[in-house]
Design a protein around this ligand. Sequence first.
Ligand code: WT7
Length: 629
Amino acid sequence: MITTQQYQEDYHRSIDDPEGFWGEQAKKFITWFSPWEKVLSGGFDQLDVRWFQGGKLNAAYNCLDRHLEIHPEQAAIIWEGDDPNESKILTYQALYDQVCRFSNVLKQYDVKKGDRVCIYLPMIPEAAIAMLACARIGAIHSVVFGGFSAEALKSRILDADCQIVITANEGIRGHKIVPLKQQVDIALQECPRVRTVIVVKRTANSVPWNQERDVWYHEAMSKAHPHCPAEVMDADDPLFILYTSGSTGKPKGILHSTGGYLVYVAMTHQLVFDYRPGEVYWCSADVGWVTGHSYSIYGPLLNGATTLLFEGVPHYPTPSRYWDVIDKHKVNIFYTAPTAIRALRREGDHWVTRTSRQSLRILGSVGEPINPEAWEWYYHIVAEKRCPIVDTWWQTETGGIMISPLPGTTPLKPDSATWPFFGIVPMIVDDQGNPVPDGKMGNLIIKKPWPGMMQTVYRDRDRFVNTYFKPFPGCYTTGDQAHCDVEGYYWIAGRSDDVIKVSGHRIGTQEVESALIQHQGVSEAAVVAMPDPIKGQSIYAFVTLKTGIQPSDQLKKECVQAVRETIGPIATPEHIQWTEGLPKTRSGKIMRRLLRKIANNDVSDLGDLTTLADPSVVDALIKERRNVK
Ligand code: WT7
């Protein structure tokens, strides 16, 4: 722990002398096979940023091998199953052994350095093993969240050109079966280049089998050689691709580096969670999201920590589950999302107070703004005012935490992500890029490169440049709205673009619209966000039907189904409003600002409507709104 004054001094140094600062951190947190030639080269002007150029390292070596000399018998992973009677521990030695074996399995199936490997697994230790095995042999993993549909899986496999998929026969969440292999089978009907599917047997149920293509994980592992050297990787060799939604087009493959990413996640994990040797650390995020990558797997394992992986859900078998798991495994640091906090708060305090939670020392929040009620409940009821709350702001693209308190260092203000991490220079600007005065809302941008930042959009550099660097030249655009108070505290309000955060999951409105028009009866669709007391936001869809098609409950079900099949259940529209016409400007642009107001029943001041091609749609939309439950 450092003092507030020390933070301020170090922060200034990190900005004034980034090479000196990050060079030191890179040596402290990472073991390099050979040193870099230059800490930082290039910049945001030419978009030629490189961190630790020439440095050689391996991610799996840093997560595993180097800890074996110090604590081979310490738990690396505590796995808690969906069923509260099922849990197991993998020591660093055991995890190392499994990762080496699986690395050899991958090699046996012809996976080479630079190849992309798709991982579509539930929250089981094999997910970590598969990721680390890829890293060990220099393959690039692309983890796809197990809740995504076959269609979404397919487009990710094709975009990254994966030739191998790792999955499970089935997953289990909240006592329900998740048919993963079935989704893979459907997806692969249109992925001719996938030659191998490695299947973890998570349940006893049998699944259809393709002899030429499918391989049981346990069979391959039992025959695999237990040693595998770690491939020597360049600092800027890619470590992984992770797809995320934006305001336009298909999800983007965010590409992260090896050297810069690892330095950044190791350091942020250590400082933001003040991790102390021997402690049990639990991040409840699924490995299918960036939080799972950076703060369930890489960050904690780089620091030799014990990380808990939880297969289940907060409500099963009771709403005490999170707190029961904390007591069972004596969790010291717990990191979760506001949506889970709100959902558990609604269930009543007794589910919390009947548990001990004495082991807890630090609580974290991530993924969306945490509202005052949720923050206070987390602090007063869950933490019993004993633990600081770190509200961490960051993104898939940033690789690691960007704005967050450091526990014991930053004086907290409820609901504020507080101050920037070392090396991070945020700024709030208006739409023209001019800085706004303190306290005024604006666009959050980042002025200088940091080691955890994305390298590019996989195979689409134009999209990388246009999305992140065109709106405010020379700066990284976050897509978030925020303000900064006179004491330099940042308050993140939410997205300024057409991205919706449903239960902390990032969903592009355009993706949902394209899914809806998949339905034969649908002519046009426009999707907006609506505030939701538990999920933060929910999806509200305006749908126009083709001539002769009548609205009905059945049709509504089919539209919802189209979205679930194209994206997954996380993108399910909460409300569908059948409408005769969408409000369009004379140039044909849908006026979403107006739709947002109508969806939210906030129609007293609709603003300037003079550019509408047909102003009469407004009254119709307001009238139709009354029929939506
Ligand atoms: C978006 C990024 C960060 C890892 C998980 C989500 C929102 C994230 C916070 C926070 C307010 C937050 C932003 C951001 N967000 N953390 N602490 N307070 N908003 O990663 O899926 O890439 O989403 O999540 O809107 O842009 P992601």
